[in-house]
Design a binder for this molecule. Structure first.
Ligand code: IVH
Length: 733
């Protein structure tokens, strides 16, 4: 392709992407699937990479993957971002109106009634019509600069349409649609990761991520509704502002009302409550704003909130229904979790017939029994939960829930043995029942779905239903068996029933075949994560993948053996300590002998720390080491490795055996001018070196950037050579 051809293709692709953005968001009439949209964007990105002379800052690709943020900078708002006072009933709302009428000397007041969006407040600054900054509310006077992440929001224009003021702060809310929230949670469920409770939490967690490419994958949305500082002033009422925001091409609320007097406001609040469940975002109330800006200024604000606006909060959505049954689901690790099967009931705009019951302990604590009348809640929470039961209305003889008895002491899917195990979730520790059969079809299907999930091998198209079908029909036992399933088998896979067939289709099948071929060349860390080794999560897999060359290397890892050895020495050290309480010294002689022994053990531990364990993070602890070595020595692991060999799949770790840093240990400190810490670390590992968190005499180099602190001092004190990024890059050649 000649540069001229590339340029014209780039221009054409950009226009196409922009057109699809427009159709997707503003007209809500997408022409192409997300998959195809992403492909289009990828093609554009690749061309821009090959022909950097045509890359521009305003290309749609720059809304993705702009990961220049290194931690978040704090930025002051030109005008403070205030909060809102809340009311929960009509009387309080009328009192708000009475206060304003008194202050302004008239009760003929105009208001806007708007949805109160349950998202994350953000302030955008446009200068001469160009988006220059996006900042979270923070503490009101200053917030976090999240510009790079906000730029990934497809509906957010980088430029205002028409005439724009010199500087304007526009405020609104970042949110996630329920559909996107469900998509992300389904992905996390497949990965058996903890689910986000509601779209707001997920949106907040997303905008604070440091990796903008990851942010771009989660499709955030935004809606704007108010103004901060504006120079020169361009509107003089909230009603006008709403129109102006729209004219500037900004996404605005679906519905708002301009009303006269509080009676009309109250009526529209009722209307909003009926309509709001159809909105794209979650709403937890109405915001009533005095419309006229002169009047707004006249009544002013307290430290916390304006006097001219108030939030009327809707009651949380709850409903009562009958608990018909408690069914048991089996996940990829074999954990049995209870699910409430309910008489269908309408709640927050959708019909609910299932709800989470978390775990057996919670069911007992809340005394929930089958047959009970229960209250379920969906207060912004998209996964409905059972709140409580009403024991007074309980049918006679309803037994206390006993999971073991319900499943008859066996896995409800495969009939295998179950056992009590400790589980560690992010927010709670507890015990659960676990199916002990690695070959249980529920576990197999769970592992296959996980293997194909985005964060693992990204073989799109093999979700829960397809995975379960492939396992049910015995096409797949272990995830890598997916490589043996022919295109034809995939294409003709019936996901429906014999009476109502739903065939997977050639197009979907072709995509899977292409994706599984692409996955062959993914690095060891991805494959390791994808194979569901017990205790090996994403971070651990990454750390292990960077420290081993191949699966064979990992299966008999010297590093993991060293971790176990150190743990053993540590335990022995504790037992033999002369002051050990559990094992007190018997005599002075014994004490002296043990002192000597401990000194030897300390030296051995120190040698491991300086040698094979230098720079090994805490993620790789004895539990991980034991479970990884056991897994690969055991039947399931051996079976997987044999299968991969047969398929000719041999994922490579990012570590190099020889390079400029072979045998060297480096410490990184401060902020480097162009490399992120992670990138520098990768480069060191790839050049055969080790990275450590602390400086000692054994450190070969300290790679120091701006604002390096105590580590730099320590290096100087110990005479360890200090290098800057430029020199580091030169050494790497
Ligand atoms: S106006 C000076 N309008 O709710 C206050 N805020 O609980 C200007 N919010 O801080 C805010 N929807 O983050 C306004 N239609 C709406 C809103 C809204 C949601 C948020 C906003 C505010 C918080 C207070």
């Amino acid at each position: 392709m000649t540069p001229a051809e590339a340029q014209s293709k780039i221009v054409q692709l950009r226009a196409e992407v922009v057109r699809h953005d427009e159709r997707y968001h503003r007209q809500a009439k997408p022409e192409i699937s997300d998959f195809d949209y992403d492909a289009l964007k990828l093609e554009l990105a690749k061309l821009e990479e090959r022909f950097p002379q045509f890359a521009t800052k305003d290309s749609p690709t720059q809304r993705v993957g702009d990961d220049r943020v290194q931690g978040f900078k704090e930025v002051a708002h030109r005008q403070k971002m205030l909060s809102l006072d809340n009311t929960y009933n009509e009387t309080e709302l009328r009192a708000f109106h009475a206060r304003l009428a008194k202050l302004l000397g008239t009760d003929d007041l105009r208001y806007t009634v708007e949805p109160k969006i349950d998202g994350l407040a953000v302030s955008l600054t446009y200068e001469e019509g160009k988006l220059v900054r996006a900042v979270t509310r923070g503490k009101g006077d200053r917030g976090d600069d999240v510009t790079a992440n906000a730029r990934t929001i497809r509906t957010l224009p980088h430029e205002l349409k028409g005439a724009a003021p010199k500087v304007v702060e526009i405020r609104g809310e970042i949110y996630l649609t329920v559909a996107e929230f469900n998509r992300i949670n389904a992905e996390r469920a497949a990965a058996e990761e903890e689910l986000y409770a509601n779209p707001r939490n997920l949106a907040a967690g997303t905008i604070k991520q440091l990796d903008s490419a990851e942010v771009a994958r989660r499709k955030l949305e935004i809606v704007l509704y108010s103004m901060g500082y504006c120079e020169p002033e361009v509107v003089d009422s909230q009603a006008e502002l709403q129109k102006k925001l729209k004219a500037w091409g900004l996404p605005v609320v679906e519905r708002y009302w301009t009303v006269r007097g509080i009676d009309e406001a109250w009526e529209k609040i009722g209307e909003l409550d009926r309509l709001r469940h159809d909105f794209a975002y979650g709403t937890d109330g109405a915001v009533v704003k005095l419309s006229d800006f002169t009047q707004q200024r006249e009544v002013g604000a307290t430290d916390k909130a304006p006097r001219w606006a108030i939030a009327y909060k809707f009651k949380p959505d709850t409903a009562r229904t009958r608990l018909r049954a408690i069914t048991i689901q089996v996940g990829k690790t074999g954990i049995l979790s209870p699910v409430a099967e309910l008489d269908p009931v309408l709640l927050a705009g959708s019909t609910i017939s299932r709800a989470t019951l978390h775990n057996e302990d919670e069911i007992r604590r809340k005394d929930i029994r089958v047959g009970d009348l229960v209250e379920i809640e969906k207060a912004g929470e998209v996964i409905p939960a059972v709140l409580q039961s009403f024991p007074d209305e309980r049918p006679a003889g309803a037994p206390v829930f006993d999971l073991f008895a319900v499943v008859g002491g066996h896995c409800p899917v495969c009939g295998g043995k179950i056992a009590r195990v400790e589980v560690a979730a992010e927010d709670a520790e507890g015990v659960a029942w676990k199916c002990q059969n690695y070959d249980c079809s529920a576990q197999r299907a769970g592992r296959l779905g996980f293997f194909c999930s985005r964060r693992a091998l990204a073989i799109d198209g093999v979700g829960g239903v397809v995975a379960a079908k492939l396992v049910e029909l015995d096409h797949v036992k272990d995830p890598p068996d997916l490589y043996d399933v022919t295109l034809e088998t995939l294409a003709t896979l019936n996901l429906g029933t014999a009476e109502e067939p739903r065939v997977f289709g050639e197009k979907n099948a072709t995509k899977i075949v292409a994706a599984r071929e692409a996955a062959r060349s993914l690095p060891l860390e991805k494959w390791l994560y994808a194979l569901s080794v017990p205790d090996v999560g994403e971070t651990t897999a990454r750390e292990l993948g960077r420290r081993h060359r191949t699966f064979a290397d990992l299966a008999d890892s010297a590093l993991l053996h060293a971790v176990l050895k150190k743990a053993g020495l540590g335990a022995q050290r504790e037992w033999e300590a002369p002051a050990s309480r559990k094992n007190p010294a018997k005599s002075d002689e014994d004490k002296a002998r043990r002192k000597e022994l401990c000194a030897r053990l300390d030296a051995e531990i120190a040698a491991l720390d300086a040698g094979p364990l230098a720079g090994v993070p805490a993620d790789i602890g004895p539990a991980v080491a034991a479970s990884t070595l056991e897994f690969f020595a055991g039947k399931p692991g051996q079976r997987l490795l044999a299968k991969l060999r047969k398929l000719g799949i041999d994922p490579q770790g990012t570590v190099a055996t020889t390079g400029v840093f072979t045998g060297k240990t480096l410490v990184i400190t401060g902020t480097l001018p162009s490399l992120k810490r992670d990138e520098a670390e990768q480069k060191i590992l790839a050049a055969g070196g080790k990275v450590s968190g602390s400086v000692s005499k054994k450190t070969s180099y300290v790679l120091a950037g701006d604002e390096a602190g105590s580590k730099l001092d320590k290096a100087k004190e110990l005479g360890v050579p200090v290098i800057a990024e430029a020199e580091f890059l030169r050494m790497l050649g």
